[in-house]
Design a protein around this ligand. Structure first.
Ligand code: TYD
Ligand code: MG
Length: 454
């Protein structure tokens, strides 16, 4: 039997498209508005024929420029991560481990937006109104037009959004929402996708900026994995060690700004506080003149961040050396140990080596290599690195120090925090890489780099 062609249904009122018919539109809830789309008319694959809609390509100049005002979230770090504030009608996915502070951050955002005159709706499918109130009480006074709703039925939530027309809404969390459109269980992949799709249509249709909270699975993806990321405008990840006080908000996708941007926060008893100067925060309390410690600068998005790398190299009691690494890639640390062994004749086979990037950050930037090398060497020889020296550079297998991008930004960040010397790859040492009050030492090999210690 020949396979029947699939039909498409779409809503006469709002244009919502669905593969199956329903008595009311899942997006705008108008009754009996779903009609079967004639093949030629079906949105998405319209064909040109006499009297039909004819799409016309336009030139860039012909597109009207809309000066979109962004809302100020009242949190500078978040504004920056969003690309300069919250854009009306945008859909933002906020992911992160449970308990990391997603609800707290969004509740603070709602509070600020309401105080600034925006109409806000906070929908929670996870907590009761009493629990929300307890949290709100910790954050301080709330004022303005903000209301709360405990609901897991997304169709009801969408109806309320359309009636109330808030400017900003929070859906906490997408895994708890369910819509009559799909029969599958809440939290399942198809349910999460369908709910996000409905919210996307509502956000665009009613020009509501919607934050969606998404929990992260064990392997670090927003549950219903990457599948939501392409649907939304912005994806933010909240990360950090649950037991350390600071939190990192990172944009991994942003249609309205740079991605990879980070904001740094600290969790206090009265909510999240932004840390405008994260480098100083990360370096606070570092030991002075201790061996096995080196300061480096990594780039997180467009933002330079100074960090301390610590290493401890000790004789092993069991013959075969143990290696551990926290914050830096384990295999990378092993590779760097092998480079040290080969090119500086260090006997490391029977040594334990521990490497730690302080602050609990996980760094993938290869410019971290030189600091790991120096920290390991410093610990092995028991020679401290000068506390006013910052180092960065990638290490190659031949023991060469290779250039890394954005050297100027790194040097300037170090100068800003009062460092007086910077050891960097020779090839990164171009004429524009300079800053006041900082001496630059270009090195080509790890042997040259470690010579600054003796
Ligand atoms: P929460 O925002 O509930 O996390 P998520 O929504 O990502 O699951 O944050 C919960 C944690 O934050 C919890 O362990 C308590 C802590 N917390 C504070 O330390 N200070 C505060 O002011 C608040 C509201 C929470
Ligand atoms: Mg929560």
């Amino acid at each position: 039997m020949a396979k029947e062609k699939t039909t498409v249904f779409f809503c006469k009122e709002c244009g919502y498209e669905s593969p199956k018919w329903s008595g009311f539109c899942p997006a705008c809830h108008t009754a009996n508005s779903m009609v079967e789309a004639p093949k030629e008319k079906a949105p998405g694959f319209s064909r040109i024929s006499g009297g039909q809609r004819r799409p016309v390509p336009v030139r860039l100049e012909e597109i009207p420029q809309e000066a979109q005002d962004r809302y100020d979230t009242g949190i500078e770090e978040l504004n920056r991560v969003l690309g300069g504030g919250l854009l009306p009608g945008s859909l933002i996915l906020t992911g992160g481990d449970p308990g990391i502070g997603k609800s707290t951050l969004l509740l603070q955002v709602c509070r600020n937006l309401a105080a600034a005159g925006q109409k806000v709706l906070y929908v929670s499918g996870e907590e009761s109104l009493r629990q929300l109130k307890l949290r709100a009480d910790r954050l301080g006074r709330f004022s303005g037009d903000i209301s709360f709703l405990c609901e897991t039925d997304l169709d009801q939530v969408v109806r309320i959004l359309q009636e109330e027309k808030p400017q900003v809404a929070v859906i906490d969390s997408i895994q708890t929402m369910q819509s009559a459109q799909t029969a599958s269980a809440p939290g399942s992949v198809s349910q999460v996708r369908e709910c996000t799709n409905i919210l996307l249509n509502t956000a665009k249709g009613c020009n509501i900026a919607v934050f969606i909270v998404g929990h992260v699975t064990k392997d670090g993806a927003v549950a219903g994995p990457k599948l939501l990321e392409h649907m939304v405008d912005t994806v933010l990840y909240f990360e950090g060690d649950r037991h350390a006080a600071y939190r990192l908000l990172r944009s991994v996708k942003n249609r309205f700004g740079a991605s990879g941007e980070i904001g740094v926060f600290e969790m206090r008893s009265d909510g999240l506080k932004e840390i405008p100067n994260p480098s100083a925060y990360m370096l606070s309390g570092r030991p002075e003149n201790a061996s096995g410690s080196a300061i480096t600068c990594v780039m997180e998005g467009t933002r330079p961040l100074l960090l301390e790398v610590q290493a401890l190299v000790t004789r092993s009691n069991y013959g075969l050396g143990r290696r551990t690494s926290a914050g830096a890639d384990y295999n990378r640390v092993n590779l760097l140990l092998a480079v040290l062994e080969k090119h500086l004749n260090m006997a490391l086979a029977d040594c334990d080596a521990f490497v730690n990037v302080t602050g609990g950050l996980r760094i993938n930037d290869p410019s971290l290599d030189l600091a790991i090398i120096l920290a390991l060497y410093s610990s092995y020889r028991n020679l401290p690195v000068d506390p006013d020296t910052m180092v960065f550079g990638e290490i190659g297998l031949a023991g060469e120090v290779r250039s890394v991008p954005l050297a100027k930004e790194r040097v300037q960040e170090a100068a800003r925090l009062g460092f007086t010397t910077c050891v960097l790859p020779k090839s990164s040492l171009t004429s524009d890489v300079k800053a006041r009050g900082i001496r630059l030492i270009g090195v080509g090999t790890i042997a040259e780099a470690v010579s600054i210690l003796s």
